[in-house]
Design a protein around this ligand. Structure first.
Ligand SMILES: NC(=O)c1ccc[n+]([C@@H]2O[C@H](COP(=O)([O-])OP(=O)(O)OC[C@H]3O[C@@H](n4cnc5c(N)ncnc54)[C@H](O)[C@@H]3O)[C@@H](O)[C@H]2O)c1
Ligand SMILES: [Zn+2]
Length: 353
């Protein structure tokens, strides 16, 4: 299972191993022996893990490694930060044969990926994700992004990393709510493709099973992404719980974490399917139990019609159609198209029940 090979146009490996941060230099040397490196991280991660990474890179023979520490938080995922990084990279004479290392959560991963894909028309990228969400989701798949004042992820590219190193030990310092944010995405992977992963999350202590959870999530994402590198059809599956999750996130004005909103979005869909008779009550009960175990919310105060308004304005829903992800059972997701009106009455069925 480990390392996991991702067979996109430019194939790469994902290595999941406790303590791998201390060996990062050795692994990077194998794929980029001659490259000059630069590290991008944030103000929470730098004091925890930057020294270990730099030490490992120096031990592997790399010299003169600039590191750039940006303020922690979603606001850093901006064109302004990209501009600051472009300037710092050119000041430090980072050239085409250099490689950027993203050390941090999804914010640093998305921003560094975006900068790597555009600086000098594209330089190599290595992801060292340090949140559960980044390890199970954002570091694999090649989507990069920055936010605009008009909305999240409105500017971005597809740019695959050359290597992903996941060190589960780094998750020991994550605040509990940030950890369960990643769990919500793992639950999603279990629901759409991997019933055993769902059982593991439902029954076991996740902290004692991180390697298995991360590997299984990445395998689900890999299978979907390999079939659809440019995000057209199959990749939609990964959006389970996200159509309504994004609407909830927007309604809450981003005061609730993404994973928490996705949990609510997954429950809404499953509730509607139970009401429509296409899923048994037991699936809903199992989803609710797992959400409760990880203190993930399962409902929100927003009136459904307001959530639909937000859905209609979503940049992804340009026609009068919504492609929603439904389940045949746990581990078996599929995509179904609805008109807005159909989708609205489908979901209202779940709420009314
Ligand atoms: N590219 C994709 O496919 C994709 C997929 C899902 C989400 N995303 C993006 O990912 C971002 C969210 O990622 P995130 O939840 O990792 O957010 P994040 O990067 O903001 O990290 C969350 C918080 O945890 C801190 N942190 C990171 N690692 C830590 C560690 N090991 N110990 C202690 N604190 C640590 C960070 O400083 C931050 O305060 C969003 O911008 C979202 O749009 C991208
Ligand atoms: Zn998500």
């Amino acid at each position: 299972m480990n390392p996991i090979q991702i067979h996109t146009k430019n194939p790469y490996e994902v290595r999941i191993q406790p303590g791998i941060l201390q060996e990062a230099g050795t692994w990077i040397r194998k794929i980029k022996p001659a490259a000059r490196l630069a590290v991008v991280t944030d103000s929470n991660v730098a004091p925890l893990y930057l020294r270990t990474l730099l030490h490992s890179l120096e031990q592997a023979g790399y010299r003169d490694i600039p590191s750039f520490t940006l303020p922690a938080g979603e606001n850093t995922k901006s064109l302004e930060s990209a501009g600051i990084l472009y300037q710092l990279l050119s000041q430090r004479k980072i050239s085409r044969d250099c490689c950027l290392i993203a050390l941090g959560g999804g914010v640093i991963g998305d921003l560094t990926g975006f900068v790597a894909s555009t600086y000098l028309r594209g330089i190599a990228l290595i992801q060292i994700p340090t949140t559960l969400l980044a390890q199970v989701d954002s570091s694999v798949g090649g989507k990069t992004a920055v936010n605009l004042p008009a909305g999240k992820n409105l500017v971005g590219t597809f740019w695959q990393p050359s290597l992903v190193l996941c060190d589960p030990d780094t998750l020991s310092t994550l605040p509990a709510d940030v950890f369960s944010d990643g769990i919500a995405e793992a639950v999603k992977c279990g629901m759409i493709r991997d019933a055993q992963l769902f059982d593991c999350l439902a029954q076991k202590d996740p902290r004692a099973n991180l390697e298995e959870i991360i590997s299984r999530c990445i395998l689900v994402k890999r299978d979907v992404v390999e079939q659809d590198e440019q995000d057209t059809a199959e990749r939609m599956l990964l959006n389970f719980g996200h159509t309504m999750g994004h609407a909830v996130e927007n309604w809450m004005q981003y005061r609730q974490r993404h994973g928490q909103c996705v949990a609510t979005g997954m429950v809404m869909i499953v509730q509607a399917q139970v009401a429509a008779g296409t899923l048994p009550q037991s699936v809903l009960d199992q989803l609710l139990a797992v959400c409760q175990k990880y203190r993930l919310p399962t409902c929100c105060d927003a009136p459904l019609d307001q959530l639909f308004q937000i859905c209609r304005q979503d940049k992804k829903n340009t026609t009068n159609a919504i492609r929603a992800v439904l389940l045949r059972g746990i581990g078996d997701g599929y995509v179904q198209s609805f008109s807005f009106e159909q989708f609205q009455s489908f979901l209202q069925g779940g709420v009314a029940k």
